[in-house]
Design a protein around this ligand. Structure first.
Ligand code: PAF
Length: 281
C-alpha cells in the first residue's frame, strides 16, 4: 500500500488509474481502525479495481466540548490492517492541507433537515463538519463509489443527501454494522470502555432489538420509546436520545410509514455510543 499525505501525489495516482480506465472506491475514516472499517474495505473491493482509504481526524466535526486531542491515533496499526485488506492507497492529510485557511475561513457544506435532529442536536456543527470534509475528500479522490458504515446511520443519510443535492457522480454504498458477540456495535469509542462497561453497553442494542420486535404489534411509539429509555438507563447508561424515524427522511415516524429506523445514543462511562436498527413493517 502506498501512503501519501499531499494533494499533488494523491491526484497524480488517481490520474494514472483513470488513464487506465480503472474504477476507484473510497473508504474515508478517522483511523483507529477495527473490523468494522475493514469490512468497508472488503465491500469496496466488490465495486472497484482500486481502493483508496483516508485517515484524517477532522477537527471540523468535533465540538468545543469534545476533546479531539484525546481521539485515539494508531497510524502504524491502521496501516498494517489496511495493507492486509489490500488497500491500494492511503491518504493521510494534515489539518493544514485540508483547511489551509483555518476552520473559520473555510467554505462549508451544510445539508439541511437530515443533519438537524438526533446527533445533529446533541453535537451542534458536527454534521456540517462531516459533510464539508467528505465533500472535500470526494473532490480530491474523485471516486466512483464510496463506502460508509451504517452504524453512523444519520451520517450515511447526510452524505447521501449531499450527493443527491449537489449531483456528485458518486455511488454511496452503505455497509452493515459489525458487532461484538454481545451485540455491541463496533466503534472506535468502545476503546474508552472498561470490560464491565462493555457488558453494560450491550444493553443499547438489546433495547433496540426489543423495540424493533414491538413495532409490528404496538403503534404507541411514544410509550415504546419511553420503556426503552427506562431499560437503557436502568442498565447503567444514560440515554441521550432514542427515536423511531422514517428510514430516509429521518422525520419522526408516523404509524403509516413502512420503512423505519430506530436511532439511539447513550452515554456509558466516558463514551457516548450510538446505534440503530432498521425495521420494515
Ligand atoms: O465516520 C467517520 O469516521 C467520519 O465521520 C468521516 C466519514 C471519515 C468524516 O470525517
Amino acid at each position: 500500500m502506498n501512503t501519501v499525505s499531499n494533494i499533488i501525489e494523491l491526484r497524480q495516482q488517481i490520474r494514472d488509474w483513470r488513464k487506465q480506465g480503472l474504477k476507484i472506491a473510497f473508504v474515508p475514516t478517522m483511523g483507529n481502525l477495527h473490523a468494522g472499517h475493514i469490512s468497508l474495505v472488503e465491500e469496496a473491493h466488490k465495486h472497484a479495481d482500486k481502493i483508496v482509504a483516508s485517515i484524517f481526524v477532522n477537527p471540523m466535526q468535533f465540538g468545543a466540548n469534545e476533546d479531539i486531542g484525546n481521539y485515539p491515533r494508531t497510524m502504524d496499526d491502521d496501516k498494517q490492517k489496511l495493507t492486509a485488506a489490500n488497500t491500494d492507497l492511503l491518504f493521510t492529510p494534515t489539518p493544514e492541507i485540508i483547511y489551509p485557511k483555518g476552520l473559520d475561513k473555510q467554505t462549508y457544506v451544510e445539508v439541511p433537515n437530515v443533519s438537524d435532529g438526533y446527533c445533529g442536536e446533541s453535537r451542534p456543527g458536527h454534521f456540517r463538519g462531516v459533510s464539508t470534509v467528505v465533500c472535500k475528500l470526494f473532490n480530491l479522490v474523485q471516486p466512483d463509489v464510496a463506502c460508509f458504515g451504517l452504524k453512523d446511520y444519520q451520517q450515511v443519510q447526510v452524505v447521501q443527501t449531499m450527493v443527491d443535492d449537489l449531483s456528485l457522480p458518486i455511488e454511496i454504498i452503505p455497509v452493515a454494522t459489525m458487532r461484538e458477540e454481545s451485540g455491541l456495535a463496533m466503534s472506535s469509542r468502545n476503546n474508552y470502555l472498561t470490560a464491565a462497561e462493555k457488558e453494560t453497553a450491550a444493553n443499547l442494542s438489546k433495547a433496540l432489538h426489543w423495540l424493533a420486535d414491538q413495532l409490528p404489534i404496538n403503534k404507541d411509539y411514544n410509550a415504546l420509546t419511553q420503556t426503552a429509555i427506562k431499560s437503557i438507563n436502568a442498565s447503567g447508561m444514560r440515554t441521550d436520545y432514542i427515536h423511531i424515524c422514517h428510514a430516509r427522511t429521518l422525520n419522526p415516524a408516523t404509524t403509516n410509514d413502512k420503512e423505519l429506523v430506530i436511532l439511539a445514543a447513550a452515554h456509558c462511562g466516558k463514551a457516548r455510543l450510538i446505534d440503530n436498527i432498521q425495521v420494515t413493517l
